[in-house]
Write a protein that binds this ligand. Structure first.
Ligand code: GDP
Ligand code: ZN
Length: 303
């Protein structure tokens, strides 16, 4: 299913897109973009969604104001592209690590995209090297890193290739250029844009329906309300270490099976940090997340 709006669903089939309704009595809110569905075709042309396949992955957000509830906003994504800016807003590893942990928790592959590389660093070779070193940490632990600029077009082809044939969501803080990147990789698509803060002069894209945008290269990008809240995700303390993928091989050699890698003796992860096998900054962010942000239920809110 590629689009949900006012109780009507656009379902892509081998015979083109068919407009469908939910079955009478079914909860239409339970079907989200990316869901694989079985439909029956009615004589009038519209279809009816009869049933839904189990989801391979779910992309969810915390429901505002409630600590426990998650709302699934897209299903069966192949990956999330975590977009940060080289500057304006400044590149922050703490932000990236939180989004990465949330992606790992959802079982989603993550690609790191650093946009706005036309700003700041190019003017200054040292700053450019520094940013390259900071992003290289992520490439070395296995996340593809793409540097882009919508202004100069640098890297836009690399991003287009990363999206090709896959279903992705672009996530990241506001203002980093997610909407601009979607337009750059697929010129001609229209994001539903509306000025919502004229006083600051900043335009913002607002979405009125949930959909997957079909790109020219066989890929899809999710354009759903609430995508910005992705990352407001609940992870238990026991699950957090697993969300730092480079810890996994070293956690196997911890003395205690339930080691949290903070103060325990014989910790394989801490040893790996000392040996330079796990980036120290990542480990420090892990400890910071373990120490802070605990909700009543002893779950960490990764936001
Ligand atoms: P979103 O909130 O992440 O969707 O960000 P937008 O796509 O709305 O972009 C926020 C602002 O950054 C807009 O004013 C864009 O024109 C600007 N912007 C986007 N990409 C780039 C870039 O590569 N370089 C520069 N200098 N500005 C950019
Ligand atoms: Zn340990």
């Amino acid at each position: 299913m590629i689009q949900a709006s006012s109780g009507l669903f656009q379902v892509e089939t081998a015979h083109g897109v068919i407009e469908c309704m939910a079955r009478a009595g079914a909860d239409p809110g339970a079907i989200v973009p990316g869901d694989r569905v079985l439909i029956s075709q009615q004589p009038a042309g519209r279809g009816v969604i009869e049933s839904m396949m189990p989801r391979a992955t779910r992309f969810s957000r915390k429901v505002a104001g409630r600590r426990q509830d998650e709302q699934v906003i897209a299903a069966n994504l192949d990956q999330v592209v975590i977009v940060l800016a080289a500057a304006e807003p400044a590149f922050k590893e703490t932000t990236l690590d939180r989004y990465l942990a949330a992606a790992e928790h959802c079982g989603l592959n993550a690609v790191v995209c650093v946009n706005k590389i036309d700003l700041a660093p190019t003017a200054d070779a040292d700053a450019a090297r520094e940013l390259a070193g900071r992003t290289d940490v992520y490439a070395r632990i296995g996340y593809p890193v793409i540097m882009t600029s919508v202004v100069t077009g640098t890297g836009v082809n690399n991003l287009r290739q990363a999206l090709e044939g896959r279903v992705s969501a672009l996530v990241g803080p506001s203002g980093v250029g997610k909407s601009s990147l979607i337009c750059a990789v697929s010129p001609g698509i229209s994001l539903d844009t509306r000025e919502i803060s004229e006083s600051t002069g900043k335009g913002r894209h607002t979405t009125t329906c949930s959909r997957l945008i079909k790109l020219g290269n066989g890929g899809y990008v999710a354009d759903t309300p609430g995508m910005r809240e992705f990352g407001f995700h609940q992870v238990s303390r026991d699950e957090l270490a697993w969300c730092f993928r480079e810890f996994r091989p070293h956690a196997q050699s911890c003395r205690f099976a339930d080691c949290r890698h903070v103060t325990e003796p014989g910790c394989g992860v801490r040893k790996a940090v000392e040996q330079g096998l796990v980036p120290r900054g990542r480990y420090e962010h892990y400890v910071r997340l373990m120490e802070g942000g605990v909700s009543q239920s002893n779950r960490l809110v990764i936001c």
